[in-house]
Design a protein around this ligand. Sequence first.
Ligand SMILES: CC(C)(COP(=O)(O)OP(=O)(O)OC[C@H]1O[C@@H](n2cnc3c(N)ncnc32)[C@H](O)[C@@H]1OP(=O)(O)O)[C@@H](O)C(=O)NCCC(=O)NCCS
Length: 127
Amino acid sequence: MIGKNDMLNFKIQRFDYNYCSEYIICNTRKRVIASVTVEHFSEHKWIDALWVDKKYRKQGFATRLMKRALKDFNGFRFKLWCVPDEEDLKPIPFENLLSFYRSFGFVLDKESNDRSHLMLKRKIRGD
Ligand SMILES: CC(C)(COP(=O)(O)OP(=O)(O)OC[C@H]1O[C@@H](n2cnc3c(N)ncnc32)[C@H](O)[C@@H]1OP(=O)(O)O)[C@@H](O)C(=O)NCCC(=O)NCCS
């Protein structure tokens, strides 16, 4: 486990491109250990490819990345697919991933069904 003080060494880096912004966190060996992408659409932002290296999970890295991305694009609507990576060796259970996104204000889209879990975060006045 990484101590609170050591967490300061794990800074979030942001890279902006025309169609997306990428956030990464590297370890002291400069290896990427966590990342998320925000894709820019005219009507909303799309959160994609949230990922944390297995060795660094359950220590708040995904939470930090989500908070930062949502803060940077405060005032926009957001969308994402709530889908645990099926190819992951230790996938997060769906219900836990759902609660995780809900904790940031995402809700399931009314057209979501058993196979498709689109989530939205509406623009809130003053958000
Ligand atoms: C999903 C993922 C990004 C979470 O990363 P993480 O850094 O471990 O997440 P955090 O430490 O910030 O934890 C976030 C919350 O999820 C919970 N959580 C994370 N992994 C969990 C697991 N395997 N089982 C149960 N709960 C889990 C944490 O307990 C925490 O909940 P809390 O805030 O109530 O304490 C990581 O498991 C991953 O990379 N999975 C493979 C890629 C993937 O499925 N991405 C999702 C695409 S939609």
